[in-house]
Design a binder for this molecule. Structure first.
Ligand code: G6P
Length: 608
């Protein structure tokens, strides 16, 4: 899982490529590199670590060329190192950058070694360069050699290629990893994400699986899997993504936390009227199809999975529909038994996560009622491959730790629950409450930002610890899981969440004065039970930090009780998420971690 970009232009492309990589660092940031197809000799620069290191190296070397390709890496095959960084070359002639995984790499390595190719890295990607070179040496031109090469590859790839004999050209191929061709003025691009070429290109063509492209500064040619030229739909670049900046915030994550009121409003806007959800907000024919839903199967990864877990109760209450929830990476390996009239729902910020995508493809072969995708990226593969979809409209999320994507997913899930309950004509009052709560959510989220001051007072007490426990009951257990995930992702403090009732069945053994325990205690039907669980923590010397309502009966030092806004039943899980995000963010800031790009992680995981 990596980001790739290529450019052919009437101006020098070095800076364009580096800036494009910077915008795609969410896809990986353990090493970066580029090759510029200069007139005399191609110049290759590769650096370990972030794109800023590549940028520094560029400043020193000042290479100039009107075409080139570049890559930011998240290591899969081979450790992060300069030798494993892309681009990879063959015989000083063919250079490639690759995103994806080549599954038959062992066979190819053996085959190419026998042919006399010296393989210099541990990557599967390098083999692609040698294969193209080998096919070209059999009398094919570069494009033909690329097409022939892809027939020999098993797996997923988006590839950009330059040939030192073909100055001013970039070639590309796509199979199961995202790739688009961007159209500018006197310059054209290939890239993994429109974000990389925002501000440069006016529009783009999404490539389909099996497509190839050849670009120069003036021409774009796209070919289908049979090698014949094809037309793909031209999409204007969304002006909202033209400039993604931190707007004065220290980190993207911080900005994205504080953008949530507007993001949630956008997720709901135009999809409801007074007390009712509009028909077909998931696409034409969706409402009619939802009439027959008897069960729902959710699949997702990471934060998106927590959204499904939180929303289950809404589906059970509003639509009286049982739900199954699977880790996308596990779902298809348990040979799921699909009952009639089961709706399959994918949740994904990016709409590209390989495990979720693989689950979706698997589900297509099964007798599901249909596939719904809830995602934030309208151009994503999942959106295109689903029967019905809704976009969360959160706007670009750059911080690796997901924030506004999660709360807008909750809003979209509540809309889905309402849409099903409406067509089934059940629970009309509850549905009206749910919609009312959705409309109130942005203001309540804004109000919850007021807790930041209080959270600041407890930050240092958590920042120096090695472990933390998060507790909740009912849907608040899922919110606690999301809070714990945030803390561990960006502060590297080991944090686990438990349903509070489980505490005594094991985790209580971990409780001591060195283990902060964060508990979510809204005044709901489970609060009394939660209170006794929290007493168990107190009596073992644990330090409790509680987020709850003003009327809470919990007896705890004021400094450790965070007074939440008075929320509605349906919007409280959204609102209770916010202080946990702020807590994780502030703790990570205090520990000085790289919190927009935490170690070992990437935002878009396009490998299984
Ligand atoms: C990665 C990200 C997580 C995200 C997960 C699923 O692990 O670091 O923040 O929740 O992928 O991503 P998706 O785009 O499918 O929601």
């Amino acid at each position: 899982m990596c980001g790739i970009i290529g450019a052919a232009s009437s101006r020098s492309v070095g800076k364009i490529l580096v800036n494009g990589l910077k915008k795609m660092e969410y896809r990986g940031y353990d090493s970066a590199g580029l090759i510029l197809n200069q007139e005399e000799k191609a110049v290759q620069i590769r650096t370990l670590g972030k794109v800023s290191n590549l940028e520094e190296a560029m400043v020193q070397e000042k290479p100039k060329a009107d075409s080139g390709i570049a890559h930011t890496r998240w290591a899969t095959h081979g450790a992060p190192s300069e030798a494993n960084a892309h681009p990879h070359g063959s015989c000083d002639n063919i250079y490639i950058v690759h995103n994806g995984i080549i599954e038959n790499h062992n066979d190819l390595r053996e085959q190419l070694t026998n042919k006399g190719y010296a393989i210099k890295s541990e990557t599967d990607s390098e083999l692609i360069a040698h294969l193209i070179h080998s096919n070209k040496s059999k009398g094919k031109n570069t494009l033909e050699a690329l097409i022939k090469t892809t027939k020999e590859l098993d797996g997923a790839y988006s590839i950009a290629v330059i040939d030192t004999d073909e100055k001013g050209k970039v070639f590309a191929a796509k199979q199961k990893s995202p790739l688009l061709v961007g159209k500018g003025i006197e310059e054209n691009f290939v890239a993994s994400d429109p974000l990389a070429i925002a501000g440069l290109a006016e529009s783009f063509y999404l490539l389909e699986d099996g497509d190839f492209a050849e670009i120069t500064k003036t021409d774009i040619r796209i070919f289908g899997s049979d090698g014949n030229e094809v037309n793909r739909e031209e999409t204007p670049i969304d002006t909202n993504i033209q400039e993604v900046t931190k707007d004065g915030y220290k980190h993207f994550m911080e900005k994205e936390i504080y953008e949530q009121p507007e993001a949630i409003s956008r997720a709901v806007e135009g999809r409801t009227t007074e007390g009712e959800v509009l028909d077909n907000i998931f696409g034409l024919g969706s409402s009619e199809a939802f009439k027959n839903v008897k069960r729902i199967q959710f699949v997702a990864c990471g934060t998106s999975l927590h959204a499904a877990k939180t929303a289950r109760k809404w589906f059970e209450e509003l639509c009286e529909t049982p739900c199954y929830i699977d880790f996308a990476s596990e779902y298809r390996y348990r040979n799921p038994l699909v009952e009639d009239h089961t709706l399959f729902v994918c949740i994904s910020q990016s709409g590209e996560t390989a495990d979720t995508m693989a689950a979706l493809n698997y589900a297509k072969e099964k007798k599901y009622l249909g596939i719904v995708t809830i995602c934030n990226v309208p151009t994503s593969t999942m959106a295109r491959e689903s029967d019905w979809k809704i976009f969360t409209n959160a706007g670009p999320e750059i911080g690796v730790a997901s924030t506004k994507a999660f709360t807008t997913q909750l809003a979209a899930l509540l809309l889905l629950a309402c849409a099903i309950s409406k067509i089934k004509k059940i629970n009309n009052d509850k549905r009206a409450n749910a919609i009312d709560d959705l409309h109130q959510a942005p203001d309540l989220v804004k109000e919850s930002f007021g807790l930041k001051k209080h959270i600041d007072e407890i930050v240092e007490k958590i920042a120096d610890k090695k472990n933390a426990l998060y507790l909740g009951r009912g849907v608040y257990f899922s919110i606690a899981q999301e809070g714990a995930l945030k803390l561990k992702e960006i502060s590297y403090i080991h944090a686990e969440a438990y349903p509070a009732g489980e505490l005594k069945h094991g985790p209580l053994a971990l409780v001591d004065e060195m283990t902060p325990v964060v508990a979510l205690a809204p005044e709901d039907e489970l609060v009394e039970k939660l209170l006794s669980n929290l007493e168990e923590v107190k009596s073992r010397g644990g330090t409790l930090y509680v987020f709850g309502n003003s009327g809470s009966k919990i007896k705890i030092d004021k400094g450790k009780f965070m007074n939440m806004p008075e929320c509605g039943y349906y919007n409280a899980p959204i609102v209770y998420t916010i202080p946990l995000q702020i807590l994780a963010y502030e703790v990570a800031c205090s520990r000085g971690t790289d919190l927009d790009q935490p170690r070992n992680l990437a935002k878009s995981v396009t490998v299984e």
